[in-house]
Design a binder for this molecule. Sequence first.
Ligand code: NAP
Length: 315
Amino acid sequence: MSSHHFEHVALIGLGLIGSSLAHAMHRGGLAGKISGYARSPETRDRAMALGLVDTVHANAAEAVRGADLVIVCAPVGAFAAIGEEIGPAIAQGCIVTDVGSVKEPVFEALAPCLADGVSLIPGHPIAGTEQSGPDSGFAELFDGRWCILTPPDDVDEDAYERLANLWRACGSMVERMDAAHHDRVLAITSHLPHLIAYNIVGTAAELEEVTQSEVIKFSASGFRDFTRLAASDPTMWRDVFLANKDAVLEMLGCFTEDLQALQKIIRKGDGEALFNHFTNTRAIRRSIVDAGQDTALPNFGRMAATQAGAGEEEE
Ligand code: NAP
């Protein structure tokens, strides 16, 4: 009997996440065969040159033919069109999943395209970097990171376990969650921080009394940490905010109220309130380190990471 988790995995999209999955599956010998689809000839050529896939296709339907697992690794806004293209070509018994950063809209986009007998189990690895494209992937991306799976209530439990085990074999810890809950949790832990970063970097760039060269020169004072998030892929993040509009607007409302409260505290010169607030937030940072989701090294371990050539976490 084969030791592979799946005999034929089709990756639809071969950028950071798709290529990292290919590397992780190669590392663990998890797939008998990997086929891939990417839009551009450049990405298809790189995928073959890097040995990410066994076959590469310019047509997504061709890539999924005969696969027992399909993983959609494209921007969320492309899912409806991809679903229409691949739906008729997917074999009975196949599991279809994805890595998109928003989950309810993914289910709504893909479910109508799939036949009975195909299991749709959306997923989201909480791992990434600000890089894009097939050259940016690496096998260790998912090691020690959570992967959230959001199966429907009537999911085939065997299919769910097979997919969860693949993610575990790729290095992840797996959490099962309702799709709507996922979208609210990620709105505050990922989407809002990115929005704030996009906003502050834009504001700094437009300030007239501070020159651009000063913003760059003194960026190590805090600004530069926002610029990493603000350098994230524009297509991916456009689609995230369009798809998770309601949850993001809700969290943005809470954020704005809290920011106004801080503004009032500063105006009043209430040092004790500021100290208490900052003490609480420092404790949250400690909890993240204690949970193994970041390093306790100074400056996020930036020097050590540079020396080791390691990537930084995004989501
Ligand atoms: P990426 O590096 O930009 O790769 C995207 C891939 O999708 C590329 O192969 C691209 O093809 C293809 N693609 C782009 N637009 C498409 C379209 N309209 N139709 C068909 N294919 C299209 O992106 P990524 O970072 O891997 O992100 C992929 C998914 O993972 C997104 O849904 C994102 O929300 C999710 N995600 C990202 C992160 C992160 O930190 N980056 C983390 C977790 C989850 P070409 O190369 O040919 O253009």
